[in-house]
Design a protein around this ligand. Structure first.
Ligand code: G4P
Length: 524
């Protein structure tokens, strides 16, 4: 039997935010509670900070550090918590989307002064599509910010989330006195400049005149605001949160460690235990006997002399065991892992058994690519790790004819890692690299040179989007293929994509071939 207890005590989630909202600071405070780190600042180095394009060498350096912090596991009150780190830099958005497939819930951090920012919108959209339960943490209450009701309205409108505040701020900025927690019915008082670890006063009857002794004249405002809150927002129900229909909201200040412990305490009570996953043939439940898992991230080794990589596998069901044969479904062959890695307290250790919800790191010499499934023998493929149409495109050209093999291999492996997407022109045979950010082009060039001794250069291509296309109407399909042959390419799996050079061209194609369906993600 699968150890049900182990499943039930696990919570796997990611923190997402627009850069600078406080994701790193919050992560760090959570790790401090779990005893995973001892000092503040330990996670900071993981950050790809506001890096300008020219500063991407720094990113390369940090890649090494980020392996250690890709998954941060720790124990808190008997619960095993896994935080999956997502890169803050928007050029790595696709990395973040893929990581979101491996979590069961998300905490969204919003800066109280800035409100909802573009990157948050994008990420929340992906979570909403997947119905991922989301908790919102409104941060930086110690600074002047927007009004709480205004913020909640903005979240509802811009993020499309139905919110329920479970805590409520008392003042803001220099007048910030603390929060009232609706869930635990307690008052937490804020002392500027002091890191609050535990300082709550049980206070269930807000009409009690004693409230004034704690927060002075703000007592009246708090009472009337909470009355409004109760009138406007529905009652919190855990089921609604778990089904992704409502999102509880908390207010606090990560930097001051204020509201963080409460967030964590409620999180472990309400956040989902490891969920099953849909695959091409059925739904896989975590408590199933047999092990299944999928690769959602691949990290290249920093040492150019060793081309081995670390594949991050989310365990979906059963128990992953060391030195056991598993089926690599895509390659249809058995693989055994002698040193699977678990991620605890930012340290990597070799483990014998890994349970659903956990992430296991597998050393790989080039067998894996993103989305690969491992099982005990069953032929199934997990769904939900699509490639999206890239936004930027370049032809990639070999700059050293003596090294064409190395170049091909390098490009192949970097694409497996999910650094970018490769398309090969059906007619021309030319290679096109598509990315979501400019940075990737430089990263690819640098890594090809340093890890594969290959040189490449880029040439411009006028391309708007790549669209995967299918149709049951063979005549239309053949006509489209014939007329657009110079604008058709193959993706890495050999599937056809239409290279449209403008929104207009795409629209024309859609109108002319109504029976052809065009898709902007590879999974449809
Ligand atoms: P990110 O990972 O979302 O990009 O944000 P990060 O935690 O790095 O926080 C961004 C900045 O906001 C940092 O300041 C951090 O100290 C600050 N910050 C985070 N939480 C709070 C808060 O509750 N109140 C206030 N006032 N500031 C907060 P920085 O100056 O950019 O970086 P650093 O020099 O402190 O490292």
């Amino acid at each position: 039997m699968v150890n049900k207890k182990e499943i039930e005590r696990r919570r796997t989630f990611a923190i997402v935010s627009h850069p600078d909202a406080g994701k790193t600071t919050l992560t760090e405070k959570l790790l401090l509670y779990g005893g995973a780190i001892q000092v503040a600042g330990a996670v900071k180095s993981n950050k790809i900070k506001k890096t300008a394009t020219s500063d991407w060498m720094e990113i390369e350096r940090q890649r090494g550090i980020s392996v250690a912090t890709s998954v941060m596991g720790f124990e808190y009150n008997g619960v095993k918590i896994n935080i999956l780190d997502t890169p803050g830099h928007q050029d790595f958005a696709e990395d973040t989307f893929r990581t979101l497939t491996a979590v069961d819930s998300v905490i969204v951090v919003i800066d109280a002064a800035k409100g909802v920012e573009p990157q948050t919108e994008k990420l929340v959209k992906v979570c909403r599509m997947r119905k991922t339960p989301m908790i919102v943490f409104i941060n930086k209450l110690d600074r002047p910010g927007k009004d709480a009701f205004e913020l909640l309205d903005e979240i509802e409108q811009k993020l499309g989330l139905q919110v329920i505040p479970l805590s409520w701020p008392i003042g803001m900025g220099s007048g910030f006195k603390g929060v009232y927690n609706n869930y635990f019915e307690n008052l937490q008082l804020f002392t500027p400049g002091k890191q609050v670890i535990e300082n709550s006063i049980q206070f269930s009857n807000l009409s009690d005149p004693e409230l004034k002794t704690y927060i002075g004249d703000d007592a009246e405002t708090l009472r009337s605001e909470l009355e409004l809150v109760h009138g406007v927002y529905p009652e919190f129900k855990k089921e609604d949160y778990l089904s992704g229909e409502i999102s509880p909201v908390f207010f606090g200040s990560a930097l001051n460690n204020f509201g963080v412990k409460e967030l964590l305490d409620i999180f472990i009570k309400i956040a989902p235990t490891p969920l099953g996953r849909e695959c091409d043939v059925r739904f896989v439940k975590p408590e199933e006997e047999n092990f299944t898992g999928f690769v959602f991230k691949i990290h290249a080794n920093m040492d150019p002399n060793h081309r081995d990589r670390l594949a991050f596998v989310r365990v979906v069901s059963g128990t992953f065991k060391r030195n056991t044969n598993y089926l690599h479904v895509r390659q249809n062959r058995k693989l055994k892992f002698s040193s699977p890695t678990a991620f605890m307290a930012q340290k990597k250790t070799i483990v014998d058994e890994v349970y659903p919800g956990d992430i296991v790191g597998l050393h790989d010499t080039g067998n894996f690519k993103i989305g690969d499934t491992l099982t005990e023998g069953e032929t199934l493929h997990f769904k939900g790790i699509p490639s999206f149409s890239p936004e930027l495109f370049r032809y990639v050209v070999n700059a050293d004819p003596m090294k064409s093999k190395q170049l091909a291999k390098g490009i192949d492996q970097l694409m497996d890692e999910g650094v970018a997407q490769l398309f090969v022109g059906k007619h021309s045979g030319r290679k096109i690299i598509g990315t979501v950010g400019m940075l990737q082009f430089e990263v690819i060039q640098y890594r090809l040179e340093h890890e594969y001794s290959a040189k490449c250069r880029y040439e411009p291509i006028k391309l708007y989007k790549t669209a995967w296309f299918v149709s049951e109407n063979k005549t239309q399909l053949e006509d489209f293929r014939a007329r657009k042959s110079s604008q058709i390419a193959f993706d890495k799996e050999g599937r056809e994509v239409f290279l449209s050079d403008s929104p207009f061209a795409l629209q024309m194609a859609q109108e002319k071939y109504p029976d052809i369906r065009f898709y902007f993600t590879s999974e449809f």
